[in-house]
Design a binder for this molecule. Structure first.
Ligand SMILES: C[S@@+](CC[C@H](N)C(=O)[O-])C[C@H]1O[C@@H](n2cnc3c(N)ncnc32)[C@H](O)[C@@H]1O
Length: 658
């Protein structure tokens, strides 16, 4: 079938013959309107847009722009007999001059920021390699996201004047040189001569685009939502995201950090499979809510067999999790990552990790059976596919699950002590000191979000606070642990002063050391019980930040009162804490909650109940209880949102006006 634009232009037939596709790709028209028409037809046919790249002076004005108002030539064009350089103009026997040109690039064309983007990525990678990396915001160039992919496809147009009085095939025997001299003399003398104006056009072939991106419908204008996106959407609805804009932010963050961390490989923003429209998202959210309700109802009618299946999966996953944790802590995943996704023998993997081959063999057995490590049945060699790597990479920007999993053996080690706590006459709780390397683990766990989101999108989501931080305010990071967030605040907002407070001496000393190493003078680390903040701090803090702290506090009610006391009247308190409902019945069938309750049972609850008079909130104190305590302490909860990149909730609070 002929291409639609061939009805607008005159196709070019090469003397040597051209292929059918070539004929559809080269032709000429007599004016710019027709040239515009050809471009439009191509755009519609291929669902792609072309944008102007270089436009020669006076394009479309023919010979006029070479002349002054009296018709005198001000620029002598070169007389040609062929267009050797890029073969846009077809050569026949008529000599011609190219008077102007215009080229347009595919919308996925050259990315002018490519070098800067590469540099940003290198900086991020370097920061991740540091022991306790901090984003150095000032070194990064802020770049707008773009859909450019470096597609080489271009439309080339050349405006040509054909000197029709001359013909190189005639019998006069005039040489090309002589013809050229004649024409130039005519032009110079302003003699009248016949000429014809044409705009030659060469269009890109489909393969020009397709080495880089897809064409037609596949560019995504009408694509249905991709399965990974809709799964995430359902998941987020299950976690209580009900607001459209919040959902859009989460989906975009998931796309950019989990599905396509590599900017080059990201789909086009016109691809509705990955960037669905507001209406589609709204409809899917509604459907997901209905689906969840139906599933909850169906759960009540579960059969014996169904439960057996579910229970066996649950038990199996428990065991596999323990082996997976062993793989993380023993360095086996690190070895697999180091060996890239190429297939390796047990010996190669064991040697790289520096471990005994026989044990490694057994571990690989678990991983293969659980579909975490792949095996080639012909060679019996193992590999970790690239899409699984980020989940096991130290300092991963994608997931906290690997870090969380390392807590499993710690919990196992405390099993007997916890059993005693459960007994009526047993101890009240467990001391922090029972949890080996807790602060290191916690810093890694919250570190992913702190390093990739705190100053990148969380603080900017509160523009007023961000402005104040830039100008200089006093920030308190309460329960700061090893102080990563305090250091990030201090480094990114040098005009502000930051106080990191925690009652763990070990954690506070770690923070102090890092601040010294970084040469930061605007951060101070204080080792103090949050319930004993002195009175001279009253009304001195502009912004209070807590991450995963309040539910752990034995005397959360008293601490919240103290926070209200030290916050300035127009100050803001960002309480980032676990997100669930207070009532068990409202957390039913929520997988994430089942994990959080386990963390609570083995850690948050016993460390809180360890102290005399503890309120023992536990990890899953829930939105309702949290709001109640905040209000009782004199706060107004202005909003509860889910920050991008975490499952936690952000309670943004201000002081109630008395
Ligand atoms: C779950 S950790 C969170 C640490 C840190 N915010 C982070 O994101 O990594 C809770 C922190 O609260 C601290 N903490 C608990 N009770 C405290 C209290 N009464 N006074 C000061 N700090 C306390 C613990 O030492 C621990 O570092």
């Amino acid at each position: 079938m002929a291409a639609t634009w061939t009805q607008v232009w005159t196709p070019v037939h090469e003397p040597g013959g051209s292929t059918e596709e070539e004929e559809h790709l080269r032709g000429w028209v007599s004016n710019t309107d027709e040239a515009e028409d050809v471009k439009e037809q191509l755009q519609v046919a291929e669902c792609i847009t072309f944008v102007g790249d270089r436009k020669g002076k006076g394009f479309g004005n023919g010979i006029l722009h070479l002349q002054n108002p009296d018709g005198k030539l001000i620029h002598m064009p070169r007389v040609r007999f062929s267009d050797i350089k890029d073969n846009v103009v077809s050569a026949d026997s008529v000599p011609f001059a190219i008077v102007s040109r215009y080229s347009l690039r595919c919308m996925y064309g050259k990315d002018k920021n490519q070098a800067a983007k590469r540099k940003n990525e290198e900086l991020a990678e370097k920061a991740m390699k540091e022991d306790h990396p901090l984003p150095r915001k000032r070194k990064y160039r802020r770049l707008q996201g773009s859909k450019k992919k470096g597609c080489p496809a271009m439309i080339e147009m050349k405006e040509v004047i054909r000197f029709t009085d001359y013909d190189t095939n005639d019998d006069s025997g005039m040489s090309k040189r002589a013809i050229s001299d004649h024409i130039r003399a005519d032009l110079r003398n302003g003699d009248k001569f016949n000429f014809e104006r044409r705009i030659y056009i060469r269009l890109p072939s489909k393969t020009d685009h397709q080495s880089v991106h897809t064409l037609g419908k596949l560019t995504g204008f009408m694509n249905p939502m991709h399965k990974t996106v809709s799964t995430k959407l359902v998941d987020l609805v299950g976690h209580g995201v009900t607001n459209l804009n919040e959902m859009k932010r989460h989906l975009r963050a998931h796309l950019h950090t989990v599905l396509f961390p590599d900017v080059e490989k990201r789909p086009s923003i016109t691809d509705t499979a990955f960037y669905p429209s507001d209406n589609t998202i709204r409809q899917r959210m509604y459907a997901a809510r209905m689906q969840l309700r139906i599933m909850a109802e169906a759960g009540e009618k579960e059969t014996h067999d169904q439960f057996e299946k579910r229970f066996s999966t649950l038990v199996i996953h428990g065991f596999v999790s323990l082996s997976t944790s062993l793989g993380i802590q023993s360095g086996l995943f690190e070895a697999l990552i180091k060996l890239k996704d190429e297939e390796r023998t047990v010996k190669e993997i064991a040697d790289t990790a520096g471990l005994k081959e026989r044990y490694v063999q057994e571990w690989l057995g678990v991983m293969v059976a659980a579909d975490i490590v792949d095996i080639n049945p012909e060679t019996e060699k193992y590999s970790l596919p690239p899409h699984r790597i980020p989940f096991f990479q130290p300092g991963s920007s994608v997931s906290d699950l690997g870090v969380l999993l390392t807590e499993l053996p710690t919990f196992g080690g405390l099993y007997k002590k916890l059993l005693d706590c459960l007994k009526k006459d047993g101890p009240q709780g467990l001391s922090y000191s029972e949890y080996t390397d807790f602060h290191a683990m916690m810093s890694n766990l919250s570190g992913r979000w702190v390093l990739h989101h705190l100053v990148q999108d969380f603080i900017p989501s509160m523009p007023q606070i961000e402005e104040q931080m830039k100008s200089g305010i006093r920030i308190l990071d309460l329960g700061c642990g090893r102080g990563l967030a305090s250091l990030v605040f201090a480094e990114n907002y040098p005009n502000s002063t930051v106080v990191g407070l925690d009652f763990s001496e070990e954690a506070i000393n770690y923070g102090k050391e890092r601040a010294k190493e970084k040469g930061l003078t605007n951060v101070e680390f204080v080792c103090e019980d949050a319930a004993c903040i002195p009175d001279d701090w009253n009304n001195t803090i502009d912004y209070i930040y807590t991450f995963d702290v309040i539910h752990d506090l034995a005397h959360a009610d008293k601490v919240l009162l103290a926070l209200n006391r030290i916050l300035k009247p127009d100050g803001v308190f960002s309480m980032i804490d676990t997100d669930c409902k207070t009532k068990h019945s409202e957390n039913a069938s929520n997988a994430l909650c089942s994990l959080m309750y386990t963390v609570s049972l083995f850690h948050c609850l016993p460390i809180s109940l360890f102290f005399e008079g503890s309120v023992g909130l536990g990890t899953c104190w829930g939105r309702e209880k949290a709001t109640e305590l905040l209000k009782d302490a004199g706060f107004r909860v202005d909003s509860i949102t889910k920050p991008v990149g975490t499952d936690e909730a952000h309670y943004m609070c201000t002081k109630k006006v008395k």
